[in-house]
Design a protein around this ligand. Structure first.
Ligand code: BTN
Length: 244
């Protein structure tokens, strides 16, 4: 993995998706490229969902990490970036109100404020981050409670400042990862997410597992003790809900 910091900042007015842009242009762009878009016309979410934002009210960006030879790194990096975004948000919102939701969501008082989509393509990892900076009217129902930095902090938020804080915090966390200080991600993530022993339901496609979270592995796979049949289920993707 290449370890240079993110200092090649590309600002685009409008693009289909910042993740798609980096995946298309990864061969031409250097390590450490971050692309921010004022507006995305086809923002992508996890599990083939759409991601919505609005110009001036949302952060849509993607970070390019080159020379990656294993998809596991993509997963590990997505947990790392979740921690970095959480840290950046603490400049605006009380730490105690922010929580990490498996695999890569960030919530404030239980409402989604940020989503992360990591994609592995041609030896590169692209980490896409969407943050609701201010409330906006989405073109269709989002389907889950959500909030924004502005509404949680009670202050107007400058998009440029938030972008700057984000890159700064990512650079701090990423360089700690590069010096092996944070190499036990996703275990660090698991501890900070505080979900051990929590009763959850995880819906993966049409399969639902209800039980107690017992651990995570180094690939970000969640192990849930299914009380119904006394089995441990290892879950690699899906949507989690907390039952208590
Ligand atoms: C999710 O919660 O489902 C992940 C959402 C990720 C959205 C971001 S916005 C910037 C980047 N470009 C995309 O098309 N998606 C990610």
């Amino acid at each position: 993995m290449k370890c240079e910091n993110f200092d090649n900042i590309v600002l685009l007015d409008k693009i289909d998706s910042t993740n798609s842009y980096l995946k298309k242009n990864s061969a031409l762009l250097p390590q450490g490229t971050v692309v921010f878009a004022g507006e995305q016309t086809s923002g992508k979410g996890r599990l083939s969902r759409k991601w919505f934002g609005e110009k001036g009210k949302s952060i849509a960006c993607s970070f390019l990490i080159k020379d990656i030879f294993d998809n596991v790194d993509a997963i590990r990096l997505s947990f790392l970036f979740s921690i970095a975004v959480r840290d950046a948000l603490t400049k605006y919102i009380d730490y105690g109100k922010i929580s990490l939701k498996w695999p890569n969501d960030i919530l404030v008082s239980g409402k989604k404020i940020c989503g992360i989509l990591s994609e592995y393509s041609k030896g590169c990892v692209v980490i896409g981050i969407g943050i609701n900076a201010a409330d906006f009217i989405p073109p269709q129902e989002i389907g889950q409670p959500w909030t924004s930095v502005e509404s949680e902090s009670g202050h107007n938020v400058s998009i440029a400042d938030l972008q700057e804080e984000l890159v700064e915090t990512v650079n701090i966390i990423f360089s700690r990862y590069c010096t092996n200080e944070l190499s036990d991600i996703p275990f660090i993530w698991f501890r900070e997410a505080d979900i051990i022993n929590k009763n959850v339901t995880v819906l993966s496609g049409s399969t639902a597992v209800t039980g107690e979270v017992i651990s995570i592995d180094d690939k970000g796979i969640l192990n849930v003790f299914d009380k119904k049949n006394g089995e441990i289920k290892s879950i690699s993707f899906g949507d989690i809900t907390y039952n208590d």
